[in-house]
Every structure is written in C-alpha cells, then in structure tokens.
Design a protein around this ligand. Sequence first.
Ligand code: BDP
Length: 707
Amino acid sequence: EDGLNGWLRYARLPGNNTKQAIVPSSIVALNSTETSPVYVAGQELQKGIKGILGKTVDVTSESVDGPSIVVGTIDAFTAAGGDTDVIPELEEDGFWLNTEGDTIEIVGQNECGVLYGVFEYLSLLGQGNFTKVTKATNPSASIRWVNQWDNMDGTIERGFAGLSIFFEKNVTVANTTRVSEYARLLASIRVNGIIVNNVNANPIILSDENMAGLGRIADAMRPWGVRVGISLNFASPQTFGGLSTFGPLDESVIAWWGDITNKLYEKVPDMAGYLVKANSEGQPGPLTYNRTLAEGANLFANAVKPHGGIVMFRAFVYDSVNLNESNWKDDRANAAVDFFRDLDGDFDDNVVVQVKYGPIDFQVREAPSPLFAHLQQTASAIELQVTQEYLGQQCHLVYLPPLWKQILNFDLRVDGEKSVIGTDILSGKRFGKELTGYAAVVNVGHNATWLGSHLAMSNLYAYGWLAWDPTDNEVTILQDWTRLTFGSDKTIIDTITKMSMESWPAYENYTGNLGIQTLTDITGPHYGPNPQSMDNNPWGQWTRADATSIGMDRTVWNGTGFAGQYPSEIAAQFETIETTPEELLLWFHHVPYTHVLSTGATVIQHFYDAHYAGAETAASFPTQWAKLVGLVDPQRFDETLFRLMYQAGHAIVWRDAISQFYHNISSIADERARVGSHPWRIEAEDMQLNGYRITVVTPFEVASGLR
Ligand code: BDP
C-alpha cells in the first residue's frame, strides 16, 4: 500500500461485514458516451463493487429486467421512465441517491452530480454501511476548486511531495496518467475545477505547445467533471507577447488577451477560467498603470465572458517593499480591505475575489478576513491551504478542518444581521450571489502519497466535503476518511481520531500561541522556529515583541486600526482586551509579558506551559500510532511512524527555541524551572561525534550553547 489510491482503495470488506450487502448484478449507465462522467461513473461503480465485495457486475446502457443500479442525469432518468416525483429539487451538481428498493437509483442534476452520487454510494459500501438511504444533496457553493502552485520547470512552490504531475522543463507533461488519477480523487470529493499552474505565473504557459498540452490535461480531467483553468501573469502582453505595454486599458493589450483567450478555448473549450495574482509580492498588475485592481480583473473577465469562463482575482494584494515596522500604524493585515473596499461594485459579474481565510497569510491562528464583509456586490471565494506551508509542511500531523471551521463558522454580523462566513456568505445567500465558493491550495506532487504523508490526505478529503457543506462535522469526515483509508477497526478509528483532533492545538501550542502566529522562519522556507525573523522584515508578519511586552496592537484607539475593518459589533469585540477571545489576544493587542490570562497564568508563563504541553502531545503521537502495528499494512505503518517520530523530535526543537527566545528577551524565568535546564537532554557538545565540525549557529535559540 503506497497511498496512490488515497481513500479510493476499494479494499475488500471482511467477510462477516458483507453479509447484509445485496447489490444488484447490473449497472445501467443511462446515455453515457466514453468520455462522459456518467460512463466513468458506471466503470467506477463496477470497479468499486468488485474491490469491496468481490462481486462482478455488468455495465450496460440499456435497461435490464430485474434489479439494477441505475445511474444517469435527471433528464435521462425521466426519459427512461424513472419516477422523478419523489426526487426533491436538485441544483447544479446535486444528486439523488435511493437504495430503498431493489433497484438502486443514482440520479444527478447533471453528469457531475451522477459521478458524485456514485462515489457517495461506494463510500457507504466501502465503510461497510448498508443502511438504506434516500437522500438528495446539493452543494453549498458552485465554485469548489483546487489550486496547484506548479512551476513550469516542474518544481512546486510550497509543495512537499515531489515534482509536478503537470509540467516539466517548461512544457506540459506528455503522460497524463497521474493527472487523471488526481482528477478521480478530486471528483470523489466533489471538486469541480482546478488551476494547474503557480499564481506566480510564468507566461510561457501561453506558448502554442503549452496550450496544446493544456488541452491534453483538460481531456484527462474532463471525464471526472474537473474543469481546468490557469494562472496568468499580468505582464504577459509585454514580456511574452512583445507589446510595448501591459496597461489594462490599452487597445493592443485588450486585443492580445482576447486573442490568447480565444486560442486557449480552442484547445480547452470548457476552460474554467483564470486565476490572477496582481500587484502582490513583486508580481505585475494594473497599479503600475494607475489603473484599479477592478480594471485589471475586468480585462480578463471580458475576454473569458463569451466563453462562459470566470476570473478568480486574488485579494492577496500587499506591498511588501513599503511596509515599514517603525511606522506604528503600518499593518499588512489592513491591506486587503484597504485595496478592495472602494472597488465593490466595480467588478464584472464573472469576477470572483479569492480571499485567504485570514488577513495575513495561512497562519496557525488568524482572525477571519474582514474583506468578506465588504464584498457585497462582488462575488467572493475563500482560499484555504491543504499544503501545510506554515503548518509543518506535511512533516507534522496537523488536521486542518478545526482551523477552517473556526473561520467558516464565524458570524461577521454585517449590518447587525447574521452573516456566517460559510453558510451565509460563501453560499452566496447573504448578498444574493451565484458565483461563490472555495479554493484550496493543494500542491500534490509525484510522490505516491500525493501530499508526502499518508495522514495529510485527510485534509484534502475534508476540504471537498466542507466546500460541499461547511456545516459537516469534522470528526465524522475524518472517521469516514479513516475507514476508507485504513479500515474500520475500532482501534484504528479511535487512534487516528484522537491524534488528528489533538494535532492542530498541539502545533499551535509549540509554534506560537495566543494569536502571535507560527513563529517560523519568515524570510525563507517557512519551516522550523525562528522568532527573530518575525520582526523587522518586509513581510509585515510582526510580533512587535520587546523586552517587556508583545503583540500587534490592531485597535482603532491606539493601534493599526485593523479591528475597525470589521462590522461594528465585531469591531467592538476585538477593540478591547476583555472581549477579545484569548486565543487572539496577541493578534489584536500589545500587552506586557506579565499580563494575566483567564487561567491565572501570565502571558509569558502561558508561552512556556503551552510550548511544553504541545511538545508533550506530539511526543505521544508515535506511541499512539504504535498501537496500530499489525492493524495497518507495514508500508503505511512504517512511513507514518517515521514522520510522527520526527515530529515528536522537532516539536522539542520548537519548544526549546521559542521558550529560550522569550526567556532571553523578557528575562522572566519559567516558574516551573524547565526553560534553560533540560536535565535529560543530551547536548551535542556532550556527544562523541564523528565526521562533524563545530560551528557557530544562528539563531542562537536553536543552537546548543550557541554552537
Ligand atoms: C505565501 C507563499 C508564497 C505565495 C504567496 C501567495 O509563501 O509562496 O506565492 O503566499 O499566496 O504564503 O501568493
């Protein structure tokens, strides 16, 4: 078991689990052509039933005598004389699953819906769940996409699982086997679109050769109902097209993009659209020409509109050169709302502003982005990250749905009315929008595990389910995934549930708590502890820690004013220390290390205690996992144990580095007298080392006695 099949292993159920399974012997796939999702659905069903139950079933497109599994769109089902009276209204991509009678009905509003229904049915079988179901389900949002940050040379920005499955040496790959396997995984979690190249886009994606390659990629993904789109580089007309300008209102630029877009749609007639990162972190954009971000977005919106495409325009816009920490009011968190607030209403209706969940950048804890409250006439989508850029890069187990949920469940109280980010805003209901939804940066690579770690796949799985229904329970999702991935043994379920649910709090504990963010190396790989790098950098992810106090004051009365970007009820809550949730204390306020928390501990003592507690939890992971020896196949057991042992060790590195750093800067001792004294720890200088030389190490806090 190398992980390649993810949760779609269709492992044979143990014999005594299959007794109640009565599965018809024929599959009737209505109106299916060989490249259609309905055809694929029929094939998948056949494969799944064979794997799970060991039973061979036929697939036909004609109706049969006797019980069958009928799969088809609602139109085909009606035409075949199916009874649609009992089926509730299906929305785009929705489906109906009925296992009550002898004949099983899987009916989709469209072809994607059929495929999703089939995967749901197989998921129930795969979990040994044979209870009768009659249900219709519809998506919470129409956009359920993933983003890949794949570079044209085959590397992946913030990818931790090997090289790209889409590109190598500046061209699209010839062999699309992994591409269609990825599409299969995505279809099973109801993802319907993908951006295949990095947001820091290389215009070479627009070469004739690469356009043809994109056609091949789209052909490989289309049967799975996953539409392909690409990231654009704003300056392409100049740097790639040879024009003298890339100004968004220039006639020659408009014509150039129109032409490029038409050519792309010749190769990919159902192209989903474009993703654009502009005027951010050195990327070109409309501001260069004194044009607004909306004018920039609309340039592309006009080009794709005749083809039915959309533009995802990223709100991750900030000026990393001019952020200045010595200016007390400077705050990167303000940037998105500052840039976009006055543009609401200026975007074309096929533009969707794609907003990272927090105002900074995928941190372990952030307040939700207030931009969701300001985009009322503009469609919005949330950007999540499955790839664990700041969160341990798949070398640490961090089950992310609890983090995402805390954002999705947040009620922004726009104009004093219920405005929950997931169910009200991203569903499009609150502001009457059709085009809203979800994008997740996933960054799978060539590694057989897709993400580099078997356990990290629960995050991808959960992403799809939450985009479909943000009210889904994160534990239920996790346990479904576990049963499909590792089997239904109770010890397996209990162990993986416990470890996963402990993992985000543990990671937060040992990497940076109370809303101070992950105190990682900010200038480079975003991995490992480096609290010194947090301040005095052009990225603005500052802690403003000094000898006596810590935290970013983001209040209106005394700080950067960020708290005031929220609707009034929420703004008032974050404005004062007393009403700010403690886990966000240092996100919003600058307090002395001696500030006393609700537990009675001071901030500095909480730092010490939390870092020790987090590392202790991580230390328990290998022991917890070890209980699964013999229950999980050896390959996945060993590979996972290896990662968890590494994590346990690295959590100690984190604990000691951060504790040492704050001990040093605050001169306040750990009242439990642990920091700085590690009675059991073996220091490098006490060892007999061969083949190493001693060197001075910076930052000091990750060194052993400075060396
Ligand atoms: C940051 C990443 C960087 C991305 C950027 C983005 O470190 O690699 O290019 O976000 O989202 O978190 O554009």
